[in-house]
Design a protein around this ligand. Structure first.
Ligand SMILES: [Mg+2]
Length: 203
């Protein structure tokens, strides 16, 4: 199986960290469970200038390296690799955050996965000369059987794949979202994701 895995809030608890950062930086108290929107400025009620600073701080290496791993993420991904599945981590983080993002993976048991940056949210000025910075055109040439993603904003990147099953990692900001098709399944955690992929592999 070829598997696309998003990074933030699939492998690690990014939003929980942003929730703490919003208190620290702006005295905005929005607990994780109350984060209703994928757009952080909306969720934390930040103006443009605050949002800008928030994203800059949130992508600094010490912050990126401090994220907690999501329960069972590395165990499941390593099991997939052992079984011969191809796993690509495809993040919407800016390419400038590649190095600390790679370091976090290496430090949390994801040493053997490939990491790519794809400008999913228009936040980045992409660098195209690196093999791990994906141009849309290159991304569209890739092929996946499964995608694990939490952000409804990224669903449009799946439209062109035929027969892709999208496993939506359950998060407060995707609970009200109407899924684009019946190939989308809400999953409560990595155990459930693992079982769905295992079922499909057996068929
Ligand atoms: Mg994400």
């Amino acid at each position: 199986m070829k598997i696309y895995v998003d990074y933030d809030d699939c492998l690690c608890e990014t939003a929980r960290s942003f929730s703490e950062l919003a208190v620290e930086m702006f005295d905005k108290h929005v607990p994780y469970e109350k984060i209703r929107y994928f757009e952080l400025d909306k969720s934390f009620d930040l103006d443009e200038e605050q949002y800008e600073r928030f994203l800059v701080r949130g992508h600094e290496p010490d912050v990126l390296l401090s994220y907690e791993e999501t329960l069972d993420a590395s165990a499941v991904i390593n099991e997939w690799l052992t079984l011969g599945h191809e796993v690509s981590i495809i993040t919407g983080r800016p390419f400038s955050a590649y190095e600390p993002s790679r370091k976090w993976l290496d430090e949390h048991g994801f040493k053997n996965v490939r990491l790519y940056c794809l400008n999913k949210y228009g936040r980045d000025n992409p660098v195209y000369e690196d093999e791990y910075s994906l141009e849309l055109e290159d991304y569209y040439k890739m092929d996946f059987d499964f995608a694990v993603e939490d952000s409804p904003k990224a669903f449009k990147f799946f439209d062109h794949f035929k027969d892709l099953r999208v496993l939506v990692f359950d998060r407060p900001w995707n609970r009200e979202c109407v899924f684009p098709g019946d190939n989308y399944t809400r999953c409560l955690g990595w155990e459930e994701i693992k079982n769905i992929v295992a079922d499909a592999t057996r068929r």
